[in-house]
Design a binder for this molecule. Structure first.
Ligand SMILES: Cc1ncc(COP(=O)(O)O)c(C=O)c1O
Length: 620
C-alpha cells in the first residue's frame, strides 16, 4: 500500500469515537434518519469512517504537506518524475490557478496557449497578468493542432509581445511564465524537449497543462513528449511545471489532480509557492480524493504503469484497425463507413515498405511513435508542413470521422454531421467524450475492454444500415419527433442528416469555426480589468444582432472545443467577422434543430436569441 492509503485505512479501522468534524462522525449521524441510512447503506461504512477532519494529526496536513500526506506527495514526485509534487483536491483547474498565482504578478506578461482551459482565463483574471497568446494550427475538421515551432522562436515571441496592444509603455516586455496545453483534447502531443528548447531563450518558466495526459511517463511510446520526461536529476534550463487531472485518464476520483515541479531557472521556493496553494485549497479536504491520488501513483509505479498503458494502447490500435478494415471492405464495394483519424499508411519497420494502416503490425503500432508522428505534408492530419517529429497523435484518443469533408477542406456532396451520430449512439447507451461538426472523440482510458469498443462498432454498423434505409426517426430516435413533431415527425435518419449537412454548408459553420480559432481578436483591456468592471456592474446584456465592435465582460467559450473564442476584455469585431459569424451560425443551427442546441459558455440563449454580457460603452 502507498503511504497515505496505508495510514488512513489503519486509522479508520482503529478509532472508536470521533469528536471532531465532519459532523456525521464516521457516518453515525446518518443512522438517525431514514434518508440518512439510505445514504449510509449506498456508499458504505468505509467511505464515511474515512471522512476525517484535518485536525486528525496522525494523517499529517495537506496544507503543510506533513506526515503521511507529505509522504504521499514525495512518493508521487518519485513516480511521476518531479522534484516535488503537490496533491490537489479541486482539479487541474486549481493546479493551474495555483501555479499562475505563484508565478505571475499584475502587469507581468504570460505567454499563453490560446488553446487553453477556462482555468487559465481565471488565472489571468486573478493575477492581473497580461496574456500574449500563442495561436495553434487548425485542420479541415476543426481539430486544434499544435502551436508551430515558428511561433515559439525568440524572434516570433518578441514580435508577438511588441504587437500586443496591452503591453503599454513602462511594462516589462520579458515574459515571466508560459503555458502550453499538452496534449490537446484531440490527443496531439508535443515533443516537450523541443518546446523547451524553443522557449528556453525567452522565458524561465514553462507550464505544461497535461490535464488529459497524466499517463505519458509510463509508456515508452510517449518518450520525451511530456513535461516530466527522462531523469529529474539531470534537469537544467527553465523551471517546468506539469498539471495532471489524475481523475481524467488515470483512476483517481473526480477533483483529484497532481501538480509537479522540476526546478530550473527562476524556481519558486516551496514557502512562497505554498502561499498560493493554500489560497486555493480548502481547510477541509476530502481524504478519499487525496488517497485516490496515492493509489493512482501506486498503480503506475513499477511494472503497473507500462502494463496498464499498453493495454489501453493495444485496445485503441485494435479498434482503429478494425474500423479501417471495415471501411476498406465497404469502400471496395462502393459503400461508405466511418473512419478513424490517423495515418492511412505507415512504414513497416521490418521491410521498410509502406503498408496500409489496417494491415500494419499491431505490435509496431503499439510501440513505434513513427506510426503516430505528424510527418510534414501528409494529407491525413491536415496541418501542412509541420516540423517532422514535433507533434504526435496519441493512439488512445480516438477521433471517429463522419463523412462530409473532402481532403481539400471543402464539403463533400453528402455528409453526416457528427452530432446526429452522437444522438444515435446515446439512444443506444453509448456516451461519447466530445462531438465536433464531423468528428467524435472516444477515450480509450484504463478500464477499456474489447466488449466496450465492440458495442461501439456494432452501433456504428447499425447506424449505417439505418441511414441507408432512411429509417424513420420515430423508430430510431423517438425522443426527437416526440418533443418536436412539427420538425422531425415525418423525417427519416438520412433526411435529417441531409438537412443538417445542408445547414452546415449554407451557414459555413465549420469554416467560421476555423477562422474564429486561428485568428486573434483585438484585446482592449486585460481579463482582470474587464472582470473588475463586471463586478462593478458596468455591463449590459447585448443580443447577437447588436454585438459588433463591443468589448466583452466575460469570455465566450463554445463547447466543443471548450476553448475560449473570445476572452474578457476582447473586442467582438465586425458583424461579418469570424467571431460573430460563427456565433450566428451556431444560433441559426439551434433554432432549426431543437434538441441539438449548442452549449456556449458566456452566451445566454433567450428564446432563440443569443445574448452576451458586454462592457457598457462609456465604461469600455
Ligand atoms: C486542458 C485542460 N486543463 C485543465 C482542465 C481542468 O481540469 P479539472 O477538471 O481537473 O479541473 C481541463 C478540463 O477539462 C482541461 O481540458
Amino acid at each position: 500500500m502507498p503511504p497515505l492509503a496505508a495510514a488512513l485505512m489503519k486509522l479508520s479501522q482503529d478509532y472508536e469515537y470521533s469528536w471532531h468534524t465532519p459532523g456525521h462522525t464516521g457516518g453515525t449521524a446518518f443512522l438517525k434518519s431514514t434518508v440518512g441510512r439510505i445514504f449510509f447503506d449506498y456508499f458504505g461504512e468505509n467511505l464515511l469512517r474515512s471522512d476525517l477532519s484535518i485536525s486528525v494529526g496522525a494523517l499529517g496536513s495537506l496544507l503543510d504537506h506533513t506526515g503521511p500526506i507529505g509522504a504521499h506527495e514525495r512518493y508521487a514526485a518519485r513516480v511521476f518524475g518531479a522534484h516535488r509534487t503537490y496533491c490537489v483536491t479541486n482539479g487541474t483547474s486549481m493546479s493551474n490557478r495555483v501555479i499562475f498565482m505563484a508565478a505571475v504578478a499584475r502587469d507581468q506578461i504570460a505567454l499563453c496557449d490560446r488553446n487553453c482551459h477556462k482555468s487559465i482565463e481565471h488565472s489571468l483574471v486573478m493575477t492581473g497578468g497580461i496574456p500574449t497568446y500563442l495561436v495553434p494550427l487548425r485542420n479541415r475538421y476543426g481539430i486544434i493542432g499544435p502551436i508551430p515551432p515558428a511561433r515559439l522562436t525568440p524572434e516570433a515571441l518578441r514580435a508577438a509581445i511588441a504587437a500586443n496592444p496591452l503591453v503599454r509603455a513602462g511594462i516589462d516586455t520579458r515574459p515571466v511564465h508560459s503555458i502550453i496545453t499538452n496534449s490537446t483534447y484531440d490527443g496531439l502531443c508535443y515533443n516537450a524537449r523541443r518546446v523547451e528548447e524553443l522557449l528556453d531563450p525567452t522565458v524561465d518558466r514553462i507550464h505544461f497543462d497535461e490535464a488529459w495526459y497524466a499517463y505519458a511517463r509510463f509508456n515508452p511510446l510517449y518518450r520525451d513528449r511530456h513535461a516530466m520526461h527522462g531523469d529529474p536529476a539531470g534537469h537544467t534550463g527553465p523551471t517546468v511545471f506539469a498539471t495532471h487531472s489524475t481523475h481524467k485518464l488515470l483512476a483517481a476520483l473526480s477533483q483529484a489532480s497532481l501538480l509537479h515541479i522540476r526546478d530550473g531557472r527562476s524556481p519558486i521556493p516551496h514557502a512562497r509557492f505554498n502561499e498560493s496553494y493554500m489560497m486555493h485549497a480548502s481547510t477541509s479536504p476530502l481524504y478519499t480524493i487525496i488517497v485516490s491520488n496515492d493509489i493512482t501513483a501506486a498503480m503506475m509505479d513499477g511494472p503497473g504503469g507500462p502494463a496498464l498503458t499498453r493495454e489501453s494502447i493495444d485496445e485503441a490500435v485494435a479498434f482503429r484497425q478494425t474500423m479501417g478494415r471495415v471501411h476498406s471492405e465497404l469502400s471496395r464495394q462502393g459503400d461508405w463507413f466511418f473512419r478513424t483519424w490517423n495515418a492511412d499508411e505507415v512504414t513497416d519497420r521490418q521491410t521498410g515498405r509502406r503498408v496500409r494502416f489496417e494491415d500494419a503490425s499491431p505490435e509496431q503500432l503499439a510501440t513505434d511513435p513513427e506510426c503516430w508522428v505528424l510527418h510534414p505534408g501528409e494529407t491525413w492530419h491536415g496541418f501542412g508542413d509541420l516540423e517532422d517529429g514535433y507533434c504526435m497523435l496519441d493512439p488512445i484518443k480516438v477521433s471517429v470521422v463522419t463523412p462530409g469533408v473532402r481532403d481539400d477542406g471543402g464539403l463533400a456532396e453528402r455528409g453526416i454531421p457528427a452530432t446526429l451520430v452522437t444522438a444515435y449512439l446515446h439512444q443506444r447507451g453509448v456516451e461519447v467524450e466530445k462531438t465536433t461538426d464531423f468528428t467524435i472523440l472516444f477515450l480509450f482510458s484504463i478500464g477499456i475492454t474489447k466488449g466496450k469498443w465492440g458495442t461501439l462498432l456494432n452501433a456504428l454498423l447499425e447506424l449505417r444500415r439505418d441511414y441507408d434505409r432512411n429509417a424513420r426517426l420515430t423508430e430510431v430516435l423517438p425522443g426527437l419527433p416526440a418533443a418536436s413533431p412539427a420538425v422531425y415527425g415525418e423525417l427519416g435518419l438520412r433526411d435529417l442528416a441531409d438537412r443538417m449537412f445542408e445547414q452546415l454548408g449554407a451557414s459555413r459553420q465549420t469554416h467560421w469555426l476555423a477562422e474564429a480559432f486561428s485568428t486573434l481578436p483585438e484585446p482592449v483591456m486585460t481579463p482582470n480589468e474587464a472582470y473588475q468592471r463586471l463586478v462593478r456592474d458596468e455591463i449590459e446584456h447585448v443580443p447577437l444582432d447588436e454585438l459588433a465592435d463591443r468589448v466583452l465582460a466575460t469570455s465566450v467559450v463554445p463547447y466543443p472545443p471548450g476553448i475560449p473564442m473570445l476572452m474578457p476584455g476582447e473586442a467582438t469585431g465586425a458583424a461579418d467577422g469570424p467571431y460573430l459569424s460563427y456565433l450566428r451560425a451556431l444560433c441559426d443551427w439551434d433554432r432549426r434543430f431543437p434538441g441539438f442546441g449548442h452549449d456556449t459558455h458566456g452566451v445566454e440563449n433567450r428564446d432563440g436569441v443569443y445574448v452576451v454580457q458586454c462592457l457598457k460603452k462609456g465604461a469600455a
